[in-house]
Design a protein around this ligand. Sequence first.
Ligand SMILES: Cc1cc2nc3c(=O)[nH]c(=O)nc-3n(C[C@H](O)[C@H](O)[C@H](O)COP(=O)(O)O)c2cc1C
Length: 222
Amino acid sequence: MTGLRQNTAAFGHLQIVPKALSNIEQPSLATHVFGLDLKTPIMMAPTAAQGLAHSQGEKDTARGVAAVGGLMAQSTYSSTSIADTAAAGNGAPQFFQLYMSKDWTFNESLLDEAVKAGVKAILLTVDATVDGYREADIVNNFQFPIPMANLTKFSEGDGKGKGIGEIYASAAQKISEDDVRRIADYTHLPVIVKGIQSPEDALRAIGAGAAGIYVSNHGGVS
Ligand SMILES: Cc1cc2nc3c(=O)[nH]c(=O)nc-3n(C[C@H](O)[C@H](O)[C@H](O)COP(=O)(O)O)c2cc1C
């Protein structure tokens, strides 16, 4: 069974157990995470290239998430820039997800922008250093028809006209505990390691100074 099918099957088995006799008249969904007060316990997962779905891309997502009091995570491969998406959120909390590049000057420039935009944490994705075998992309010869705003400084292009494999090729394939420390030291922000699937890796991430782990297998595809 593929990861995707296993995920779908596992999700299908989820059930909600109601809590009876709880003596609550007005239930509240408010929660507190990484020092942030949220009205809704929902984070918009970092999702690349939202301009494919809507002309306003991540800006409108940020507006929607802010309106319901949730948490917005911006992707490195967003269609709109870190600053524009942050501004659209109008002060609501946001995280920035980093697909680490082989080029540290580029990583630092993105992290600088994220810090300047006021993001509250860095999500460091560690489970997608190469692209998956995406048959539909091959059959359709899929190439991104629009640029990725954060890649415009990239000497190798902004993603437009490229397939996901070509984009991942610029990302770092080698990520270590030192990178977690380096990003935390550089930004002075909490670093949350995204894509952890085992207790051993969780401990390694926390040992390297991560403020948290994000348990995920990237939806079973990358
Ligand atoms: C269209 C799409 C784009 C995604 N883009 C990113 C991305 O840019 N960065 C990232 O870390 N994860 C990305 N993901 C993975 C999601 O953040 C998330 O991990 C995945 O949907 C599975 O959900 P889960 O982590 O809650 O299990 C993407 C997922 C989808 C469906």
